[in-house]
Design a protein around this ligand. Structure first.
Ligand SMILES: *Cc1c(COP(=O)(O)O)cnc(C)c1O
Length: 393
């Protein structure tokens, strides 16, 4: 599977990276908890240490279970290489800190994930990296900033929590023209719905905690891209020690077997719920790129195979209290700061992604106070509709 024959995404989610035969012939990838890997032959040890021969030395550098997880994502993103970290923020940090140096410049958008935004507004400037955050869907402004010169163009689409869509092909082209490394957080879309590398990006990043794992029981992060970039991030990871635990890699691998089935179901459920909510009298506005009225619909049709499992909506009344009333009545969705799991999960930006912001800041970012983010699970959609309906009444 590694070279030559290619398979469809669904086959890759099940078999990708897992065809090696292990001692005893288990059909599932073993969890290798060993910290170190022993060599009887000193010459072989040296060859592996120098990277001239495949093998593992020490789990902070590489680990067999973690390597299988990285290989599966590499195949799904159509990349030359992949690397992982302890969480989504772990991989985003490893990538940015490995590739940026004092004096460098990053161009990104205002709507990135909250933790990423904190890296941009606090930790990168502290390391003398200049960060410019553009209005999220003002592509001309982004292109103009990029053309002034930048080392990293950092994108995320669909965005959190107002589900905006960035034109990846257009922006990646601008990034490449400026000689920037183009990074895309592909967490919301998943490799089932969108492949940033095929649209011109250099790195596809994931919080594997969300859809990839899909069962809300393991943290993890992963990046896929070309060999040289991934090697730089790996080199940084080895030293800072921000690594994925083999047990978490196992849970993520197990979850990924059903990634395509889950995401297809979540795409279908989300579209149906978005249409249902659009027609509901208790809802003022729905944000979902699958709706023809969504401003990013045409771009989404162009660059995504499905519109994803996340939608958000504004409850009537447009106050935080109105959102709380609806949320507290939901019976099926978990009220939690997570997304991408088999269970539906609902929350507000006020308590999750934008908890650090003031109401005025949220308003400036176009986030209504009664916005509810709803991560659609794999339940029967009629039950989800009925649950939302009774909560909105
Ligand atoms: C959750 C999330 C992250 C951070 O991932 P963790 O695994 O929680 O560290 C980054 N980007 C997006 C879009 C996310 O949803």
């Amino acid at each position: 599977m590694s070279r030559g024959k290619t398979y469809e995404l669904g086959t890759l989610t099940v078999h990708g990276g897992e065809e090696r035969i292990h001692p005893g012939g288990p059909t599932q990838t073993p969890v290798v908890h060993s910290v170190a890997f022993a060599y009887d032959d000193m010459d072989e040890w040296l060859e592996v240490s120098l990277g001239r021969r495949e093998g593992h030395i020490y789990t902070r550098n590489s680990n067999p279970t973690v390597a299988v997880f990285e290989e599966k994502v590499r195949l799904l993103e159509g990349a030359a290489a992949a690397t992982s970290a302890s969480s989504g923020m772990g991989i985003i940090s490893n990538a940015l800190f490995a590739l940026l140096a004092p004096g460098d410049r990053v161009v990104s958008v205002k709507d990135t994930y909250g933790g990423t935004n904190r890296l941009f507004t606090k930790y990168l400037p502290r390391n003398k990296v200049d960060v410019t955050l553009c209005d999220t869907v003002d592509f001309e402004a982004i292109e103009a900033e990029v053309a002034k010169g930048c080392n990293v163009l950092y994108l995320e689409t669909p965005t959190n929590p107002t589900i905006r869509i960035l034109d990846l092909e257009r922006l990646a082209k601008a990034g490449k023209a400026a000689g920037a490394v183009v990074m895309v957080d592909n967490t919301f879309a998943t490799p089932i719905n969108q492949n940033p590398l095929a649209l011109g990006a250099d790195l596809a990043l994931h919080s594997a905690t969300k859809f990839l794992g899909g069962h809300a029981d393991a943290l993890g992060g992963v990046a896929a891209g070309d060999r040289e970039l991934i090697a730089k991030i790996d080199g940084y990871r080895e030293i800072v020690g921000n690594v994925l635990h083999p047990s978490a890699a196992y849970l993520l691998l197990r979850g990924m077997k059903t990634l395509k089935l889950r995401v297809e179901r979540q795409n279908e459920n989300a579209l149906e719920l978005a249409e249902f909510l659009s027609a509901h009298s208790g809802v003022e506005r729905v944000f979902y790129p699958g709706l023809a009225a969504h401003p990013g619909h045409d771009i989404a049709c162009k660059q995504m195979r499905g519109f994803g499992g996340i939608l958000s909506f504004v409850a009537k009344g447009n106050t935080y209290e109105a959102a709380c009333r609806v949320l507290s009545r939901l019976k099926l969705a978990h009220r939690a700061a997570n997304l991408g799991a088999v269970e539906s999960i609902a929350g507000t930006p006020v308590t999750t992604s934008h908890v650090e912001c003031t109401p005025e800041e949220r308003q400036a970012m176009g986030i209504p106070e009664s916005l509810i983010r709803y991560s659609v699970g794999i339940e029967d959609v009629e039950d989800l509709k009925a649950d939302l309906d009774q909560a909105l009444r």
